[in-house]
Ligand binder design. Structure first.
Ligand SMILES: [Zn+2]
Length: 243
């Protein structure tokens, strides 16, 4: 029987030579191939098959998605979010982060499509099932869910602020009772404060940074009525603001 396999055909999975086998399965890794379908094996100098996408997300995917998520969460613990932390760098870093997220999404979708298309060949595999790998499919969806929840509810800033609330309250009360704001410590709770000032009667503004030309920080407003637009309510009488 003539073997339509090219001389240089090797296994896509492990690179083992597939010539002269009695079974249509790689003896080394158990991956099935179909001699008549050139995308089911690899050839020297041949084009890379789309079937190489038919596997779980790779290491770079599993590392970069959580890193991107953690970086965003850290930046979003301050008023003004990324803009407040990175200022002009944000113009570069935000599009880069979104591009990375897009690439991760395309990579993920391509793998889902490839696995679906490769299902018939994969059903012939004799490889042992690698059970642990299915967890890899959860990494990107979980990261995206966390990112979306952080963008919508601002929970990283809310948590960090609540952990520092007592220190901010003490600082606001001391300014209201006549203490010179300049004498306050620059570290209040977990936040570095650039400036503290009494604004309208009774209001105390804690400047934590700049977002372009805007000042961002926390506002203590005992008359707890004001809200909307640039005011994000964090606790009774406390707001994250952008002026
Ligand atoms: Zn193999």
């Amino acid at each position: 029987m003539s073997d339509p396999l090219p001389e240089t055909a090797v296994c896509i999975g492990c690179g083992y030579s597939l010539r002269g086998l009695s079974e249509l399965v790689c003896p080394e890794c158990g991956r099935a191939f179909i001699p008549g379908e050139r995308t089911t094996f690899k050839e020297d100098g041949g084009r890379l098959s789309w079937r190489r996408w038919a596997c779980e997300p790779r290491a770079w995917h599993l590392i970069s998605a959580p890193l991107l998520t953690v970086a965003y969460l850290c930046c979003s613990t301050k008023p003004g979010g990324l803009l407040g932390v990175l200022d002009l760098w944000a113009l570069l870093i935000i599009p880069a982060g979104m591009l990375l997220l897009l690439i991760l999404g395309i990579d993920y979708a391509a793998r889902v499509v490839a696995i679906t298309a490769d299902r018939r060949r994969a059903s012939l595999d004799k490889a042992k099932q690698q059970h642990a790998h299915w967890l890899r499919w959860f990494v990107l969806p979980v990261c995206v869910a966390v990112l979306i929840s952080a963008v919508i509810s601002l929970w990283p800033m809310r948590i960090r602020f609540h952990l520092s609330l007592k220190a901010f309250e003490d600082a606001a009360y001391s300014v209201q009772s006549g203490k010179d704001p300049g004498e306050l410590p620059r570290q209040i709770g977990s936040y570095r404060v650039i400036d503290v000032r009494l604004t309208q009667p009774g209001d105390v503004f804690f400047l934590t940074g700049y977002s372009g030309l805007d000042r961002v920080g926390f506002l203590y407003r005992p008359d707890d009525q004001k809200s909307g637009g640039a005011y994000i309510r964090l606790a009774p009488c406390w707001y994250a603001v952008m002026y």
